[in-house]
Design a protein around this ligand. Structure first.
Ligand code: HEM
Length: 412
């Protein structure tokens, strides 16, 4: 690819197939890149980290940031899907962010996550066996999308009786259709209509769940969120449903594609696959390497709250910066042999879960799901194979993963 006139374009087909050459070019030649989209793009590890943790970067004016894609006449807040996104705490700056994050992460404690390990293992085994018996070959739809959803439902106390498989499929579809509002582009009218109606559906489902737990508390995350308190403060009903949709969605495509991208990498690099089969104790390191090498969330945005510089480039107050963590994770000044997929322990941690005040609240849960899944996979199905030549990538930038990934648990 000729990069002499390069302008970052997240909908370009060739770029989406393999964004890493463009990332390498940007890191080397144009580390603070002005894109025709009207935003800055940073790709080096230190610059991405500084952007994500910097006190003078925040979320900025939500409406103006979305209007960048559509034009000034676009009525952002009339869309329930964008209105939801504006309220979710990842989009807030302190002090609003500090308050809601504190209450939510108090409920989603490390203790609650660690206590889930046995149950996560049972679910991984059951869904792997179901996938094997089903004769299906699409690992993405028939395993990866189901596993994190089932884990989250379990944590929230959503029983199989109340939420049968058909309803879970509808929930998954609703999350996928409405989380499209995070993409770095204008949506079509049809996409917007679908995102809005699916957001109304999700709000209804979770409002009802909270109403039931308010009446009959249980030992689950839903009740913990209702009861979460800090200095007498609690989450309002609107904050509860906004946050739980955020948790559900934030942990869904990201975790599903972490597993899918991992399977793809293990299929593509058979010596690494063998390494893991020979030593399942490497599952935690394999998960970390998958998160680094083929990050399922490629980037995060910030807005400059005051004029400042990144790597010598002035960023004006109000300008948007896209920090591409997937590019940072391949920075040769930070990682040894970053273009090599190697599941042996590495000293440096990837930037995949972000940093600073917005550091992913589900990072430990995602890591646990990854470790448990890869341990069970290689112990129960050591002959598994992945048909990487026939895998089909999704055509989306922000959440990177496959729509079709043929996996044969008994080998082919
Ligand atoms: C492989 C899986 C995951 C990846 C790659 C990922 C990545 C990220 C990143 C990069 C951020 C920071 C965004 C920013 O700074 O703008 C973030 C925030 C967040 N993540 Fe995750 N995440 C994953 C799984 C999860 C899970 C399982 C949950 C929930 C159970 C979750 C919940 C959240 C929430 C609520 C935030 C917002 C935190 C805040 O704004 O304070 N994530 N995630």
């Amino acid at each position: 690819m000729d990069f002499s006139q390069y302008s970052f374009n997240p909908v370009d087909h060739e770029f989406l197939q393999d964004p890493y050459p463009a990332f390498a070019y940007l890191r080397d030649k144009d580390p603070v890149h002005w894109s025709d989209l009207g935003l800055w793009v940073v790709t080096r590890f230190e610059d991405c980290r500084a952007t994500l943790v910097g006190k003078h970067f925040g979320q900025g004016d939500f409406v103006k940031n979305i209007q960048l894609f559509y034009g000034d006449d676009f009525d952002v807040m009339s869309h329930p899907s964008y209105a939801w996104r504006s309220r979710v705490f990842v989009m807030q700056d302190p002090p609003a962010h500090t308050r809601v994050r504190g209450l939510v992460s108090g409920a989603l404690s490390l203790k609650r996550i660690r206590a889930m390990e046995q149950r996560i293992r049972q679910l991984a085994v059951q869904l792997l066996d179901d996938f094997d018996r089903s004769g299906s070959e699409n690992f993405i739809t028939d395993f990866a999308y189901q596993f994190p959803t089932r884990v989250m439902c379990d944590m929230l106390g959503m029983s199989d009786e109340e939420y049968p498989p058909e309803l879970l499929l509808k929930l998954n579809q609703a999350i996928a259709d409405s989380f499209i509002v995070f993409e770095t582009r204008a949506l079509s009218q049809a996409e917007l209509d679908r995102a809005d109606s699916q957001m109304r559906f999700l709000t209804g489902v979770f409002d009802e769940l909270f109403a039931r737990r308010r009446a009959h508390p249980e030992d689950d995350l839903t009740t913990a969120m209702l009861q979460s308190q800090e200095g007498g403060d609690t989450l309002t009903p609107e904050e509860l449903s906004t946050s739980v949709i955020g948790l559900f969605g934030a942990g869904f495509e990201t975790t599903a594609h972490m597993l899918g991208n991992g399977m793809y990498c293990l299929g593509k690099y058979p010596e690494q696959r063998q390494h893991l089969v020979d030593d399942p104790g490497l599952a935690a390191h394999a998960t970390e390497e998958i998160l680094r090498y083929e990050s399922s969330l490629q980037a995060s945005y910030r807005t400059a709250l005051a004029q400042q510089t990144i790597a010598g480039q002035t960023i004006e107050r109000g300008q948007r910066v896209l920090a591409i963590v997937a590019a940072a994770n391949r920075d040769e000044t930070h990682f040894d042999n970053p273009e090599v997929f190697d599941i042996s322990p590495r000293e440096q941690k990837p930037l995949t879960f972000g940093g600073g005040i917005h550091y992913c609240v589900g990072a430990e849960l995602a890591r646990l799901e990854g470790r448990v899944f890869f341990e069970e996979l290689v112990q129960r199905y050591p002959n598994f194979s992945v048909d990487v030549d026939n895998a089909r990538l999704r055509q989306a930038f922000l959440f990177r993963g496959f729509e079709y990934l043929p996996v044969y648990l008994q080998g082919k």
